[in-house]
Ligand binder design. Structure first.
Ligand SMILES: NC(=O)c1ccc[n+]([C@@H]2O[C@H](COP(=O)([O-])OP(=O)(O)OC[C@H]3O[C@@H](n4cnc5c(N)ncnc54)[C@H](O)[C@@H]3O)[C@@H](O)[C@H]2O)c1
Length: 430
């Protein structure tokens, strides 16, 4: 039974763990395995990332370079672009990106590429776990047949499971070890081995009956957030029309000790998860002739927020008797959420594009993002000084980083649009 062999290897810390993709998810995971006494090997397609890890340098905010240095010096952690070392691994965890195509269809090409590397070197006794967020069925409909093409048999030769990643970059309270881990194997043996592996590094492992359940659980989590943020954003617009303070409304509702969980409006949604993952579920359901109405509606409401906020900038400039064209607009915070450097899908990018379209002269300040290069945007962060603030016709606060001096903004900016707070308009209530 390869399950028992693997469990023994894991218990004795003799199992070698491979992590494919050393990004926001994979690097912390590899560090956690290495720090818990496993020999961990990270596989990358990006040579510079592998080099930096081997030189003891972290490029992920939540992981400190000295931690990486200590683990690489003791050879507990290594990074490589040579996929032949996959053969040396007893457990292989796939943490590669799962973006959307422009058509909002899942792009699982990174998963396929990683799985192809594993397939070419699959050997008896390996446990393969997919962590990348994806639609229900990817593990058993796509990966299983691929691995079986080699002639290897599930449970007899290899094990296969899905375990969604829940990392929350920039959140010091919850890190890999204290975020409960859901694990679903394609077979009970796969579940048992994968759950045993994670229980070595995570306090709380929750096993479910199949890989599909684990895949769907992740999509429920992220759809829940997308839908509730969508509702909070709609509430903000609705309160604005009613001329009342959304935040006061939410704070009041949140005093209810049961049956309510506060969600807050903002500039829109960003990152590699909330704007994308629900569409993986929507796509899968379309193939089954089911239309996911909540997902579409939340997507629309959240995607409209940058336009709403640019409308507020337009109103603010109008109040000063200025046109948007040639006005100087300074964005504060461009990362998709506070205290991190990730700009993927950030609503700030849409705010910049919409302002550019209207002819505004846009600059930004973000202590975490020194340079912003995306599609046709190429800007560098400007220092947040009293002079810079006074020069701007309007300042729009997009991301609420702790390192930003808000007092300096309120003392010096001529006009501020603050996406963290939809204030009621002055004047009579409707
Ligand atoms: N970032 C998050 O907060 C978060 C949270 C939960 C789940 N996830 C999910 O985790 C997965 C990974 O996300 P991420 O944010 O870590 O992405 P990322 O872009 O930060 O990292 C992915 C890494 O994989 C590498 N890579 C790409 N193809 C490869 C291949 N064939 N072989 C080896 N390496 C390869 C890339 O070079 C990159 O370093 C996604 O499915 C995402 O939805 C992310």
């Amino acid at each position: 039974m390869i399950k028992d062999e693997l469990i023994q290897l894991i218990t004795e810390r003799r199992a070698r763990v491979g992590v494919v993709g050393l990004g926001y998810v994979g690097l912390p995971l590899a560090v956690e395995f290495a720090g818990s006494g496993f020999a961990a090997i990270g596989f990358e397609v990006d040579q510079s990332k592998a080099d930096r890890i081997n030189a003891g340098e972290s490029y992920i905010g939540d992981i400190e370079s000295p931690t990486v240095k200590k683990l690489t010096e003791s050879k507990q952690l290594q990074a490589t672009t040579d996929f032949n070392h996959l053969r040396d691994c007893d457990a292989i965890v796939i943490c590669v990106p799962t973006p959307l195509r422009k058509t909002k269809e899942p792009d699982i090409s990174y998963i396929m590429a990683a799985a192809e590397e594993i397939k070419q070197r699959l050997r008896r006794g390996q446990l393969i776990i997919l962590e990348s967020t994806t639609y229900p069925g990817t593990t058993d409909e796509v990966l299983l047949p691929m691995f079986e093409e080699t002639g290897s048999k599930l449970d007899e030769d290899f094990l296969l499971a899905f375990s969604p990643e829940r990392v929350d970059p920039g959140n010091p309270q919850f890190q890999t070890h204290n975020i409960p881990k859901v694990v679903g194997g394609v077979t009970p043996d796969s579940t048992a081995a994968a759950a045993h592996l994670y229980s070595q590094i995570v306090n709380d492992v929750h096993a479910v009956s199949s890989a599909r359940v684990a895949e769907a659980a992740k999509l429920l989590e992220n759809t829940f957030r997308a839908v509730n943020i969508g509702m909070a954003n709609e509430m903000a617009r609705l309160c604005y029309a009613l001329n009342i303070d959304t935040w006061e409304v939410i704070r009041a509702a949140a005093t209810k000790p049961f049956g309510f969980m506060p969600f807050y409006p903002g500039p829109g949604i960003g990152g590699h998860c909330i704007p994308l993952d629900p569409h993986y579920l929507a796509w899968k359901m379309r193939t089954l002739n089911y239309k996911t109405r909540f997902i579409e509606l939340a997507g629309e409401l959240n995607a409209e927020m940058p336009e709403f906020w640019v409308g507020k900038v337009v109103d603010t400039l109008n109040d000063q008797g200025k046109a948007v064209r040639r006005s100087r607009v300074l964005l504060v915070g461009v990362a998709y959420k506070k205290n991190i450097d990730d700009i993927r899908e950030s609503p700030a990018l849409d705010v910049i594009r919409l302002l550019h379209l209207r002819g505004a002269e846009v600059s930004y300040h973000d202590p975490h993002v020194p340079v912003l290069k995306e599609d046709n945007i190429g800007l560098s962060s400007v220092p947040l000084t009293a002079e810079m603030l006074r020069q701007a016709d309007c300042v729009i606060i997009v991301t609420d980083h702790a390192a930003i001096d808000y007092k300096l903004i309120s003392r010096n900016a001529r006009a501020v649009v603050d996406t963290r707070h939809v204030l009621p308009r002055a004047g009579p209530r409707p």
